[in-house]
Design a protein around this ligand. Structure first.
Ligand code: PLP
Length: 360
């Protein structure tokens, strides 16, 4: 077997809400730990799933996901043949790593960032070069990342806006960075949280026109509220597209994923409504953090990243009162998704109390 596998630790999945309810004797848990969309998916998705005829179950789905391809092409203006689909963006991250990484290569990422890139590099035995974001504001150290690149670098991963920091980089800065990359280094821009950015011209997709070493990844798990349906997509040019598609399992998206994804993408009104609600709540949260003098990075996503004396302790206080957050990423930083207004109020109240107590 691959010797690298023995050192890989399994991903610790989120504790199910029901298990927490039982452990803490609570009726309600606000699940704000995995950046999910608590507002839920468009009702049109449920209609589409119900309308799927039962006789589709015994046949393989459309391996080309043509309906979804067309819907995305309509939405983005990108040519339909540039898309590739995955069982979540997770699968795409895996496929990209499978194609480009060897035990003789390295990847360049930010720190902190989404964990999957490192895990996939570990599986392939590739070296990981993690360049810290600027401590003060969480922005990307582009020149640090450029300096980390050498002749063995295969992939650079950039999450925009970044997870867990929430920080967004203007697309002009990404273009600048891309222009300085050696042409054999592939830049992957993971835009999982793109829909939450206030400025909707903020995607790297238009850069595909002049750059063949670029992959843009998105997911329907966050803003579209479909984490459980597992739909990710990427867009890239012909040569890279060919290589990733060559190793993709032929039927990696079911008819349910395809039909549900199409319905979600076609209901942009619903998406805009949900995003506007989350942006409102985000503004309120940031005002609370300001009033408490809590250091945070400016978020363009559906979650916040802020600094406290003891993240574990606040995480435990939130959980015991019904708010599940992620406090295991950093000893001093907490990541909390933006929930429904009443859950946000509860989380803000607990956080305020924690800060006031800690200050005494
Ligand atoms: C949540 C997340 C993903 C995973 O998306 P799925 O489509 O649910 O697999 C990918 N990238 C980032 C940065 C994420 O935060």
């Amino acid at each position: 077997m691959k010797p690298t596998i023995k050192n890989i630790q399994p991903y610790i999945a989120e504790a199910p809400v029901q298990a927490i309810q039982q452990a803490y004797h609570l009726d309600h848990i606000a699940r704000l730990s995995a950046n999910e969309n608590v507002y839920g998916a468009s009702p049109k998705v449920y209609e589409a799933l119900q309308q799927l005829n039962q006789d589709v179950l015994n046949y393989y789905p459309d391996g080309n996901a043509n309906d979804l391809r067309q819907a995305l092409s309509q939405l983005t203006g990108i040519a339909a043949e540039k898309f590739l689909f995955g069982n979540g963006a997770d699968e795409l991250i895996s496929l990209i790593s499978r194609v480009f990484l060897t035990s003789d290569s390295n990847i360049v990422i930010q720190a902190p960032t989404f964990g999957a890139y490192r895990t996939e590099a570990n599986i392939e035995g590739a070296e990981v070069r993690a360049i810290p974001v600027f401590e003060q504001n969480g922005h990307t150290d582009f020149s640090g990342m450029l300096n980390a690149i050498d002749e063995k670098t295969s992939l650079v991963w950039l999450v925009n806006p970044n997870n867990p920091t929430g920080v967004f980089e203007p697309v002009t800065d990404i273009e600048n960075f891309l222009n300085q990359l050696p042409p054999d280094v592939v830049l992957v821009v993971d835009e999982a949280y793109y829909d939450f950015v206030n400025n909707q011209t903020a995607t790297a997709l238009p850069l595909l026109e002049n750059h063949d070493n670029l992959i843009v990844v998105r997911t329907l798990s966050k803003a579209y509220g479909l984490a459980n349906l597992r739909i990710g997509w990427l867009a890239t040019n012909a040569a890279i597209h060919r290589d990733i598609n060559a190793i993709r399992a032929p039927y990696n998206l079911s008819s349910y994923q395809i039909a549900g994804g199409v319905a979600a993408i076609e209901d942009q009104d619903y998406l805009q409504k949900v995003v506007a609600g989350i942006q409102d709540e985000r503004t309120k949260w940031l005002a609370v953090l300001d009033s408490l003098n809590v250091p945070y990075y400016v978020s363009d996503t559906n979650f916040l990243w802020f600094k406290v004396a003891d993240a574990k302790r606040l995480g435990e206080q939130l959980l015991s009162q019904g708010v599940q957050v992620n406090s295991r990423l950093n000893p001093q930083w907490i990541r909390i998704a933006i929930g429904l207004p009443e859950d946000n109020l509860l989380a803000q109240k607990i956080t305020s109390k924690y800060i006031h107590t800690a200050a005494q």
